[in-house]
Design a protein around this ligand. Structure first.
Ligand SMILES: Nc1ncnc2c1ncn2[C@@H]1O[C@H](COP(=O)(O)OP(=O)(O)OP(=O)(O)O)[C@@H](O)[C@H]1O
Length: 228
């Protein structure tokens, strides 16, 4: 079953007198459990596409369906609830809260949902262990390496057990060895939980590792290749 269906989506940005066509009638269908990389030169529309799927930007034309629900049919409150319940985000710059510990950065996400304290604790410790951060729960981001911070971010994205994880350049700030470890960790989570992963990336390693590679150029899909 397709989990995301993008139909002829366009997004234009107006800055002063100039109109940038960031996406031009893009169509793409994504199946549940895919490990899909969106590649393309800088400015080709990768982040714009992820932001539209993540309900943090609004499209001008076309429609995006997630689990057959049209995104544009949802109001602001519905979109927030939808993001909270179904989507996980991983960013290039980790976006952790600096004054919170690794444990608190992850458990905070669950505290917004209707879950008991005991269950929050159990799930947070479990996911931190799963990403290899056992014993580092009390450290703040500034006391963790880049790779460890991205592991916290992955734990934060995974802890809700979302259907879809959107990862915008997740390895861009990591050295290649750490990037490879992070990539393998995400692949393992993809296989274990059947979570759909969508990457935007310049990283050749992610492109090589992805089970499907979609290339964007000037706001349009120029190739779509399944690997295995
Ligand atoms: N908020 C915005 N306001 C104006 N123009 C924007 C905005 N966001 C993106 N754009 C423009 O839309 C186009 C696509 O940008 P986008 O960030 O999606 O590209 P990208 O492929 O993710 O690039 P990069 O690899 O550099 O992150 C670019 O020309 C960009 O300048």
């Amino acid at each position: 079953m397709s989990i995301i269906r993008i139909e002829k989506v366009s997004r234009n940005y107006k800055t002063g007198a100039t109109l940038v066509k960031a996406l031009k009638k893009v169509s793409l269908t994504i199946e549940a459990g895919e490990f899909l990389s969106i590649a393309g030169p800088s400015g080709s529309g990768k982040t714009t596409l992820l932001n539209l799927i993540g309900c943090i930007d609004e499209l001008d034309e076309g429609e995006i369906f997630i689990n057959d629900t049209a995104i544009s049919s949802m109001d602001k409150i519905e979109k927030t609830a939808f993001r909270r319940n179904n989507l996980g985000f991983i960013f290039q710059t980790y976006n952790l809260i600096p004054v919170l510990s690794a444990y608190e950065n992850v458990s905070f996400v669950l505290s917004l949902l209707d879950i008991s304290e005991r269950e929050i604790k159990r799930r947070t410790y479990e996911v931190l262990m799963e990403v290899g951060l056992e014993g580092m729960e009390d450290r703040r981001p500034s006391k963790l390496s880049g790779g460890q911070q991205q592991r916290v971010a992955i734990a934060r994205a995974l802890v809700k057990n979302p259907q879809i994880i959107l990862a915008d350049e997740p390895t861009a700030n990591l050295d290649s060895k750490t990037g490879a470890e992070i990539l393998k960790l995400m692949k393992r989570m993809n296989e274990k939980y059947h979570t759909t992963f969508l990457f935007s990336t310049h990283d050749q390693m992610i492109m090589d590792y992805a089970s499907r590679l979609v290339q964007l150029h000037d706001g349009a899909i120029v190739s779509d290749e399944r690997r295995r």
